[in-house]
Design a protein around this ligand. Sequence first.
Ligand SMILES: Cc1cc2nc3c(=O)[nH]c(=O)nc-3n(C[C@H](O)[C@H](O)[C@H](O)COP(=O)(O)OP(=O)(O)OC[C@H]3O[C@@H](n4cnc5c(N)ncnc54)[C@H](O)[C@@H]3O)c2cc1C
Length: 424
Amino acid sequence: MSTLQAPHLVIGSGPAGLAAVQTLLKADAEVLWLDNQVQPGGQIWRGGPAAQDAHARRVAADLPQLLTHPRLRFLPGHMAVGTTADGEILAQDLAGGRLRQLRGDKTLLALGARELHVPVPGWDLPGVTGAGGLQALVKGGWPVQGQRVMLAGSGPLLLATAKTLQAAGAELGGIVELRPWQDLTLFASRLNLAQWQQAIALRWQLRRVPYRIGVQVLRVLGRSRVEGVRLSDGLREWDEPCEALGLGFGLIPNSELAAMLSCATGDDGRILVDNTLHSSQPGIYAAGECTGIGGMRKAWIEGQLAARSMLGLEIPGTLARAHRQALAFSHRLAQHFGPTPAQWARCTPEVRVCRCEGVRLRELQGHPSWREAKLQTRCGMGACQGRICGPISQRLLGWPEAHPQRGVRFPLHPLPIGSLLDER
Ligand SMILES: Cc1cc2nc3c(=O)[nH]c(=O)nc-3n(C[C@H](O)[C@H](O)[C@H](O)COP(=O)(O)OP(=O)(O)OC[C@H]3O[C@@H](n4cnc5c(N)ncnc54)[C@H](O)[C@@H]3O)c2cc1C
């Protein structure tokens, strides 16, 4: 197995990883950087920082120089799938299937987040995806031109997705926010001027799209694929027709790799860090969504901050202040958005919890533990390896160990058997 080594290893090339690498290279540090995507940018700038706003344009303009920096070794298309007993990272080259051993004196985990799903009857029909997942598909070229699309769930990602879909020519039937007006008003009342301007600009762009607040998704309608969605505002129920439906109830941090490295994680899955973004393990730092959901700005600030900590540099007061504000924003996001107990209660025994293996909630009920349920039903043993159904089972069945961070083991992502055979 080939081994690559550098003083600074950065995993993840979203805004957090990008900001960190920029800061490290400015200080002339040597960096080894990897991401499973073929281009840097992470979720928000999937496919490369687009010309979305002034900041993204600056990042895009600086990228060619960054990627050819003589002190940088960038490994696109490399997935971190495990660790060695000595704390090195095992990464798979997704093109060649080879495993590589990566060693950094200091390591930054900038792993981002994934969507939190709340199953409702019919959510496993073709044409239903996560809201962010639908956005990612469209950014990758999935055609939605002229299709009637509904977005439902909770959180600002619904609006960001709507913007992407609108630009791709979809006919947006509506955006449905679960949380009531009070939550949105309280959230909005604490936004700063720049955030207000951003929110107003986005709402203006989406002015022709109905935005319904305090509305719950009851079920997805359709026989062989999605044909509509049944909604309720507590007073009445109605159906909205659609050809595609994006459901999104928020995000959960990607922290399985951190758990494998024995870094402490919180109940909500985030990697626990101190105010220098150092984790509970020596030499391991974390930044961005994986330390708590807070959006692009938090990720960018934390990338800079973590890099300065890795370099042993002082943290400027302005950066520390901006970080405190970003953390407060992250706290408010968690408070005012996300699934409610009433939404979770829509998960009837017939609802499919594990879409990979087709396992329904009633098949899981009655098993004493997640492990037993997995052995008997194959729940969590499909392609997503429990990343989707684990958090759902944890919430619905009260199995703490169903969370993907508990009992993580190699490989974190499915591997071609050949990549292991190579190592004989
Ligand atoms: C599907 C989705 C869509 C989103 N769209 C938007 C949007 O339009 N607007 C917005 O403001 N916010 C969006 N967000 C929120 C987004 O997470 C943040 O705004 C921002 O991208 C966070 O930056 P980050 O660097 O923390 O994480 P990310 O941008 O998620 O970057 C993390 C990177 O780490 C890589 N990675 C993770 N695990 C591994 C591994 N094991 N090995 C190698 N690489 C790995 C990922 O591929 C990714 O490139 C989206 C989130 C999701 C999940």
